[in-house]
Design a protein around this ligand. Sequence first.
Ligand code: NAD
Length: 503
Amino acid sequence: MNAQEVLNALGVPAAAVTGGSLKVRSPIDGAPLGAVHEATPAQMSEAVARAHDAFLQWRTVPAPKRGELVRLFGEELRANKAALARLVSLEAGKVSSEGEGEVQEMIDICDFAVGQSRQLHGLTIASERPGHRMMEQYLPLGVVGIISAFNFPVAVWAWNAALALVAGDSCIWKPSEKTPLTALATQALFEKAVAAFVAQGGKAPAHLSQVLNGRAAVGEAMVDDHRVALVSATGSTRMGRAVGPRVAARFGRCLLELGGNNAIIVTPSADLDLAVRGILFGAYGTAGQRCTTTRRVIAHASIHDELVARLDRARAQLKIGDPTVAGHLIGPLIDAAAFDAMQQALADARVQGGEVSGGGRALAEQYPDAWYAVPALVRMPAQTEVVKRETFAPVLYTLKYETLEQAIALQNDVPQGLSSAIFTNDVREAEAFMSASGSDCGIANVNIGTSGAEIGGAFGGEKETGGGRESGSDAWKAYMRRTTNTVNYSRELPLAQGVKFDI
Ligand code: NAD
C-alpha cells in the first residue's frame, strides 16, 4: 500500500493531507507523501479553549470509565497495527519491524493505562490531632500539551495521551513537522474509539484530543498558553532549552524528554557475543536515530581491540536499504540536514584524533533524493568535544579504560543523562554500576543495550536530558494534581503543633 492508500484505510480524509503548506516527503526515496495544513498561533489558542472545555467535562467522568475509552483506542490500534506501522515506515523511515514495534508500544501503554485507571491512588496519613484524618488525592490536572519528535512519531504521544486521558485530562498534540501524517492517522483512530465509546453509552466531550500541525511557532503558542497545565515536550536539548524557561515563566508544569548520549561499558568478564549484539542494535538500529541510541562504547583495555574489531566487521555487513524491504536493517536518515550533521561530526572526530570506519553516503544513485548513510565506527583516543555532543545518526565512538571507576567517570562525563549499560558477568561490577556512585542516567542496564525500553518502567533521564519521566511506574502522577485533605470528625478544633488560639 502506498501512503495515500494507508491514510484512506486509517480514515484520514484526502483534504487533510493535500493543499497545505507543510510538504511531507518520505525519507525512503524523497517522494512526496502529502501537503498538510499548518495551524496558526491563533488557531492554537482556539484549540486550547476547546480543550479546556473538554477537560471540565472529562474530569467528572469516573476514571475507570475513562479507562474504557483508552481500552477501545487500544483495540483500534490492534485492528490497524499493520497500516499504522507502514505509515510510520513510510514517513519516518523505520524498518518494518520497528514500525510495528512502535505501534505495539502504543498498544502496551493503552493496556497499562487501562489498569492504571483503577489505581489512581493517594495515601491515608496519620494525623497528630485526635479525631482527625489526613489523606491525599490525585485529581485531574487540565489541558496537557504534547510536543513530539520525528523519530518516535506516534509512540511518545501515546505514552503521554493514554495516561493523561485516564487521569481526566484533555490533550493537544503538536507533532514533529517531519511526521504530521502519522499524527493525523493516530487522531483518526482515536476519533473512531471515541465514537465506539459514545455508542456504548460513554460520555466523551468533543475535542478531548486534538492535533495541530506546524513548526516550532505552533509549539511556542501552546507553550506560552497559561491554560495548558502541563507541557510534555520530547525532542532535542536545544528545543528543551527554549521550552523549559517559557513554561517556568508562567509557573506551568513541564515534562522534558530530551537528547541522550548513551554509553555501554564492556568489562573483561563480559560475554562478548552478547555485547556485540547489544551494541550493534543499540548503535545502528533505527539508523542511530533513537534518543537511547548507543553512541559510545567504553571497553576495558584487555578486550577493547578484539571487541572493536568484531564490531567493525559486523558494522560493515549491516544491510542498508529501503526499510520496508525484509532483510534491510538500516533505513535512511530523516533528511539532508541529518546527513550533513553526521558528516560534520565525523570531520570533527578526525580533527580530534579519531580513526573513522564507514560513515559515507550510501545508495546515492538509487535514491538521489534520500539520505542513506553507512554506519560509522570511530576509535577515539579520548572523550573529546565531538563525543560529548549528540549527533543523531549512526556514529559509534569507542574508548578504552583501565579501572571501572575510570569507565564510570567517562560514562558520566557528558552533558546528557538518558540511558547507559554495562556488559559484565561480575556481580560487583554490575551493582557498582547501578549504585549511587555508578551511572548517573535515568536508565542503567546490565547485559542488555541502551535502547529498546519497555513501557512498564519510568522512562527519561537526568541533566540535559531534562529530568522528565514518562510511561510506566508512577509516571501517571505527572498528569494529575495532588491535594492534601485533613478531615476533622471530632467535636474539638485542636491546632497542629500545639498552637493555642482560644477566644
Ligand atoms: P526537535 O527538537 O528538532 O523537534 C522536536 C519537536 O519540538 C518538534 O515537534 C518541533 O516542532 C518542536 N519544537 C522545536 N522548537 C520548538 C520551540 N522553540 N517551541 C516549541 N516547540 C518546538 O527534535 P527532533 O529532531 O524531532 O528529534 C530528535 C531529538 O529528540 C534528539 O535530540 C533525540 O534525542 C530527542 N528525543 C528524545 C526522546 C526522549 O524521550 N528523551 C525521545 C525521542 C527523541
